[in-house]
Design a protein around this ligand. Structure first.
Ligand SMILES: [Fe+2]
Length: 156
């Protein structure tokens, strides 16, 4: 049944595209974080193993929230891995077990997502007239800012 929540069809379509692109980015970053949780090597193995676990669990919750937000505005959430790779701006570099490389790679991805979210918060408010999604994206952005800070703190 069609959602009758005060968004024009055209705007809801555009909002769904943005949300599905964010969903794709979150999914790629989730997989990368989990990969590093498995494939870290170093004398602080347990610290990094647990740190990455905390981060991918947070991303897991965010993925669910983003997908469900797509449904709330009356569209379908993308769920195919091939489509995620097409939609996402994030790249998958060759695997590394090295802490600074892993941490920098994840940090770059969080910062890429934060810049996109910051820009889309304004688009949602000014152009697409969706205060709900603007608020939602602001919350997600703040979560990424915290995760980015924690990654950044491992680097000098
Ligand atoms: Fe595990």
């Amino acid at each position: 049944m069609k959602a009758n929540i005060g968004l024009t069809d055209k705007n809801a379509q555009q909002i769904a595209l943005v949300l599905n692109k964010i969903l794709a980015d979150e999914f790629v970053l989730y997989a990368k974080t989990r990969n590093y949780h498995w494939n870290y090597e170093g004398d602080n193995f347990m610290e990094m193993h647990k740190f990455y676990e905390g981060q991918y669990e947070e991303l897991d919750d965010m993925i669910d929230d983003v997908a469900e937000r797509v449904r709330k505005i009356g569209h379908y959430a993308e769920g195919r891995l091939k489509e995620y790779l097409k939609l996402s701006d994030l790249t998958e570099p060759s695997s590394t077990t090295d802490q600074p490389k892993q941490v920098k790679n994840l940090l770059d991805d969080h910062e890429t997502i934060i810049r996109y979210l910051r820009q889309q918060v304004d688009v949602m408010t000014d152009k697409l007239k969706d205060a709900g999604t603007a608020d939602f994206l602001t919350g997600i952005m703040e979560q990424h800012e915290k995760m980015a800070w924690m990654l950044r703190a491992y680097l000098k």
